[in-house]
Each structure stands twice: as C-alpha cells, then as structure tokens.
Design a protein around this ligand. Structure first.
Ligand code: PLP
Length: 388
C-alpha cells in the first residue's frame, strides 16, 4: 500500500538531494569540527557553510545563527536563556496556543516564581495586539509568540507585535518553526524580513521543510543577551555546547536553500491543493467545519472538525487506506486530551474531539488529494452509522 502523507506539520520527507549531501558526513567524513587537523577542519568548513546557507535564507549574518538539537531546544534556549540573562525581570508573555516547547518552559518558570501571561485568541485563532499592549510592563523580560500555529496554520501579526515590544524595549522571541521555508517576505527572505521587523530571537527547525530531524536553529539579533542552557565545550560561540551534528547541519542548510529556491512556485501549488482538499471535504460532508481563519493561514495546512466524531477513529480508518494525517500536534496525538489550541479558540468540545489536521508539502500530488476526497465521505458515513 502506498503512503499518502498529509502530516507535514509533524515532519516532512527528507529531500533526496539533502539526504545525498548528508551521507558523507555520516560516513567517511566523520571528524570532529573542533579538531585542528585537516580532517576536522573539513567538518568545520561544512558546518560554517551550512550556517551561511541558513543565514542567507533568513537574510541575516552567519554570526546570528545558533544551531541546536531541535526546534524544542531552540525555544527552551530562547525563553530560559533570556529570562536567566535578565534576572531583575520576572514576567513572561506568551499565548495560550503555543507549542508545548514554549508552554512547558513557561509553566516551569511559573513554578520558579515568574509571572506568565497567556494571551487569549478569538474563535478564528487570532490574538488582539491591544491585549499584548495592555500586558506589557516594566517587569516583562520577554514576549514569546509563534509565527503560525502548528494545528490550524493561523498566522499571528508579528510585524504589529514587534512594533509594540520594540517601542517598550522588550525582547521578542518568535517561534517560526511552521513558517521558515514556507512563507517569505517581499524582501525574499524567510520567514520574514528580520532587517526591518525588530524580532530579537527566532526559532526554526530543519525537519519541517524537508531537512533532517534533530536540528534546530535560533536566530539572535545583535546585542541580545542570552544565558546558555547546555554547558560544556565552546561550540556555537559558547551558546550551545556539544559536538556538532555535522550531517544534520549540512542537511538543514541545504534544505532551507532548496525551500527558498522553490518557495513561490511550490506554495502556490500547495495552497491550491490544500483548498481543493478543504473545499472538496466541506462540499461532500455536511458536518465538516474548517477551524481557524481561512484567510490568514500558512498555505499547507487545514484543520477540519467533524462534529460528534472521534478524530482517532477517523485517523485509523484513513491509515487503513495508507493516508497519514493528524489530530493536532504530533506530541499530543495518541493522548485523548482535547487540543489546547482549539479549546482556547472556544470551539465546541464535540468539534474539537473530531478535528483532523491535514498538512501538505511540495511532494503532495493532485492524485493523492483526489484519493483522500474519494475516501473521506465513506469513512465519515461509516462512523456516523456506528453511532446510530
Ligand atoms: N514549535 C512549533 C510551532 C512546532 O510545530 C514544533 C514541532 O512540531 C516545534 C516547535 C518543535 O520543533 P522540533 O520538532 O524540532 O523539536
């Protein structure tokens, strides 16, 4: 049975060119980049070339890029690192719909005596910048918000938020794991124009755009104070110790370069396929409802609720036909906890429990979408019949 993979916000297929570029660094070119011999220096060169590729995609300087072991680690480093570097400030502002790699460090900081404000969102998944403005105070150490939501794809207005935080001199961290390599600014950089938008720290992750898992990226604006959270050797300019994942970094650099080269064409096509899937499901299945603002989303994501059904049952039947989708973030799938994102949007519990996320990539084909459109009505009818 062939796989129809519509779970690209969880992870993506590694691009064939990326895999090829990584292989030598997993095989015969195994030296440590910190070694002074020529063999080690080849690995150092590979790491620095990868950093240049990432910096070029983002439109920033190489010195501003720190590699970590995941997007999760980059988020932890940003949040805990800034709070630790500003011990006099004990207030963090984030949102109720962040990924767990932001929410859990925030909860830990609360246990350690910090105050955390979780900004609310409306029924379409939007936050109100005025709420942020009201929450900023002279105790605020950091604002951490996501660029686009991993479950609904809804995009937050980072430019407006950055204007508010910059006006008060408060550092801003943006979790751009779901937008880097998928969105680009008019400047041609991804995910936004960091030369103009005053973001201080920004997280990305290679495996969301056809790179390898286990490579995170943290962009740091010049002058951002950050206390390292992993201590040891002097790698990553003392900001993240540990022998470098050379193959992973090489893969991350090339994956982002390729994503940028193809972004406009790929994502116009991906958005059209996503809309075809969404419109097709909504016109064939009367109980289907799209969650999140359809007008302000990343192009590859749709979250559709099937009222009174269980997402797990839908996913299982889809999986029996080779179709991979998700009920929300990958970390919470497998648990029956309702999505904190849809719950925060005030969506009815009966819709939340039956919500499916389909996320596409540049490898998704029209034939795959049409196959899912053929399958879905039968799956939903079967589950509804079981309830009667
Ligand atoms: N932030 C967001 C918005 C995500 O969607 C994810 C992964 O799903 C992460 C952070 C964590 O990234 P990683 O899987 O590289 O740890």
């Amino acid at each position: 049975m062939s796989v129809i993979y519509l779970d690209n916000n969880a992870t993506t297929r590694i691009a064939p060119e990326v895999l090829q570029a990584m292989l030598p660094w997993l095989g015969e070119r195994y030296a440590n980049p910190s070694s002074v011999h020529h063999f080690g220096q080849q690995a150092r060169h590979a790491v620095e070339t990868a950093r240049e590729q990432v910096a070029a995609a983002m439109g920033v300087r190489e010195r501003q890029i720190v590699f970590t072991g995941s997007g999760t680690e980059a988020n932890n480093l940003a949040i805990r690192g800034v709070l630790a570097a500003r011990p006099g400030k004990r207030h963090l502002i984030t949102t109720a719909v962040e990924h767990d790699s932001v929410l859990r460090p925030a909860q830990q900081l609360e246990r350690e005596g910090c105050r955390v404000t979780y900004l609310r969102v409306d029924a379409l998944g939007h936050l109100d910048p005025a709420d942020l403005e009201d929450s900023l105070n002279d105790q605020t150490a950091l604002v951490s918000i996501m660029h686009a939501n991993n479950e609904t794809g809804v995009i937050f207005p980072v430019e407006k938020i950055a204007a508010l935080t910059a006006a008060k001199g408060i550092p801003l961290h943006v979790d751009a794991v779901q937008t880097t390599g998928k969105l680009r600014d008019a400047s041609g950089h991804s995910p936004l124009n960091l030369a103009d938008v005053p973001v201080d720290l920004l997280t990305a992750s290679a495996h969301k755009s056809h790179g390898p898992k286990g490579v995170g990226i943290l962009y740091l604006r010049r002058g951002t104070r950050l206390r390292p959270q992993v201590l040891g050797g002097h790698q990553e300019r003392d900001l993240r110790a540990g022998t470098e994942n050379v193959a992973g970094m090489v893969g991350a650099g090339l994956a982002l370069e390729l994503a940028m080269r193809h972004l406009d064409a790929d994502f116009a096509r991906v958005a059209a396929l996503r809309d075809r899937l969404e419109d097709g499901i909504c016109s064939r299945i009367s109980i289907a409802r799209v969650n999140g603002d359809r007008a302000a989303r990343i192009p590859n994501t749709t979250n559709i609720g099937f009222e009174a059904l269980q997402a797990e049952a839908i996913l299982m039947l889809l999986s029996n036909h080779g179709v991979c989708a998700s009920s929300g973030s990958a970390c919470s799938s497998g648990s029956l906890e309702p999505s904190h994102v849809l719950t925060a949007m005030g969506i009815d519990r009966r819709v939340v429990h039956g919500a499916i996320r389909f996320s596409l990539s540049r490898f998704t084909t029209e034939a795959e979408i049409d196959r899912v459109l053929d399958l879905m009505p039968g799956i939903i009818e079967r589950l509804q019949a079981l309830q009667r």
